[in-house]
Design a binder for this molecule. Structure first.
Ligand code: ATP
Ligand code: MG
Length: 324
C-alpha cells in the first residue's frame, strides 16, 4: 500500500497540520510504503521570498522527522526534486474542466484573504492531483480542507481512465480523522499558516505562553458565571491534548462557573507544552546534525524519482506523447 501526504513550507508547522496530517502519517508509516513530501511548488503560490521558502523547506523536514517520521521506513522528499510532477499536472489539466477548479473552496478562501488570484493558485488542485497520482497512491491522510481536492483528484483520474484506458490511474482514498478534521485557529477560523492564526508545534516557551494567553478567542463572561461550551476554541484545542477525564473536568468547570479563562488557558498551555516535549527534544538533537536532514531529502528524492518515472512512462505512452 502506498501512503502519501504533502505539507507546504509556507510557514511554521502548526497543531492543525499535526493532527490533520502529520500524526496520521506517522501512525500509518508502517502500514505500507509511505511517500511524504514538502510541497514547495505549492508554497510558491503564497510565499514572497525565496530565502524564506528555502529556509521553511529545511525546517519542515526537520520538524516532520522530529514528530516521528522515520526516514529508514518512509520516503521524505521535496516536491521540486521530482519536476516530472509538472508534466503530469499538464496532462491532467487537459481533462480538467474549468468549472471543477472554480468550485474549489481553498482558492476562493485564499483570494478572499487577500492573496493574488494567480493562475497557479487557481490550478493548484491539478498539481495536487499529479502529486498523488504520480506515485500510484492508495491512501492520503489529510485535514478536511483537502477533501474537495481529493475529490478533484479522483475525478481527474476517472476521466483519464475513461479516455485512455481503465487502470491507467489508481483512485486514491482520502483519510480524514473524524475529530481532528478541522483544528480551529486562535481566532476560531480554520488554523492556517497563511492566515496567521496558528499555534506552532515548535517554539520558545514564553512567546507561546503569551500567544495562548493573549490570542485565543474567548468571550467576556465574568469569572463567576458559567461559560459557553458550544463553539469554545479553548475547549476544542484542550481536547486535542488532554485525556477524556481532564477534558470533561474542564467542560464541567465551564458549566459550573467560578473559574476564569486565565486558569483554563494555563491548563491548555501546560497540556500542549507537555504533549510536544518528546518531539521538541528530538528536534534539539537533530539540529546538531543538519547534514543528516539534507541527506534524508537527497535519498528520498532519488527514490521518489524512480517511482515517478515508472508512472510517467506508462502515462506518456497511453496518451500518445511518443513519436515512433
Ligand atoms: P496554507 O495556509 O499555506 O495553505 P496550511 O496551514 O493550510 O497552509 P497545508 O500545508 O496547506 O497547511 O496543509 C498541510 C496538511 O495539514 C493538509 O493535509 C491539511 O489538510 C492539514 N491541515 C491544515 N490546516 C489544518 C487544520 N486547521 N486542521 C486540520 N488539518 C489541517
Ligand atoms: Mg492549506
Amino acid at each position: 500500500m502506498r501512503i502519501l501526504t504533502g505539507l507546504q513550507p509556507s510557514g511554521k508547522l502548526h497543531i492543525g497540520n499535526y493532527f490533520g496530517a502529520i500524526e496520521p502519517a506517522v501512525r500509518l508509516q508502517t502500514q505500507g510504503e509511505a511517500f511524504y513530501f514538502i510541497a514547495n511548488y505549492h508554497a510558491m503560490t503564497t510565499m514572497e521570498s525565496a530565502e524564506a521558502l528555502q529556509e521553511n523547506t529545511f525546517n519542515l523536514a526537520l520538524d516532520f522527522i522530529s514528530c516521528g517520521l522515520d526516514p529508514e521506513h518512509s520516503v521524505l522528499f521535496v516536491q521540486s526534486a521530482v519536476p516530472e510532477v509538472n508534466e503530469l499536472a499538464w496532462i491532467l489539466s487537459t481533462v480538467c474542466p474549468m468549472g471543477l477548479l472554480e468550485r474549489c473552496h481553498s482558492y476562493k478562501d485564499k483570494v478572499a484573504k487577500g492573496f493574488q488570484p494567480q493562475h497557479a493558485l487557481f490550478a493548484y488542485p491539478a498539481l495536487m492531483a499529479a502529486d498523488i497520482l504520480l506515485y500510484d497512491s492508495d491512501l492520503v491522510p489529510v485535514g478536511k480542507d483537502q477533501k474537495q481536492h481529493l475529490e478533484v483528484t479522483r475525478d481527474l483520474a476517472g476521466k483519464m481512465n475513461d479516455a485512455f484506458g481503465e487502470g491507467l490511474f489508481k483512485l486514491p482514498e482520502a483519510l480524514i480523522a473524524e475529530n481532528t478534521a478541522v483544528v480551529p485557529g486562535l481566532d476560531g477560523q480554520k488554523m492556517s499558516k497563511s492566515y496567521g492564526n496558528t499555534l506552532p508545534i515548535f517554539g520558545e516557551e514564553k512567546p507561546l505562553l503569551k500567544m495562548v494567553n493573549k490570542k485565543i478567542l474567548t468571550d467576556s463572561t465574568p469569572l463567576e458565571d458559567p461559560k459557553p461550551v458550544e463553539g469554545s476554541v479553548l475547549l476544542q484545542l484542550y481536547r486535542l491534548f488532554a485525556g477524556e477525564a481532564e477534558y470533561q473536568a474542564m467542560v464541567d468547570a465551564h458549566l459550573a462557573g467560578g473559574v476564569g479563562y486565565g486558569t483554563f488557558k494555563k491548563q491548555l498551555f501546560e497540556a500542549y507544552w507537555e504533549y510536544f516535549r518528546p518531539a521538541r527534544e528530538c528536534r534539539e538533537a537533530l539540529l546538531q546534525d543538519p547534514a543528516h536532514i539534507t541527506d534524508v531529502l537527497d535519498k528520498g528524492a532519488a527514490r521518489a524519482r524512480e517511482e515517478a518515472a515508472k508512472v510517467l512512462t506508462r502515462v506518456r505512452r497511453a496518451v500518445g506523447l511518443g513519436w515512433h
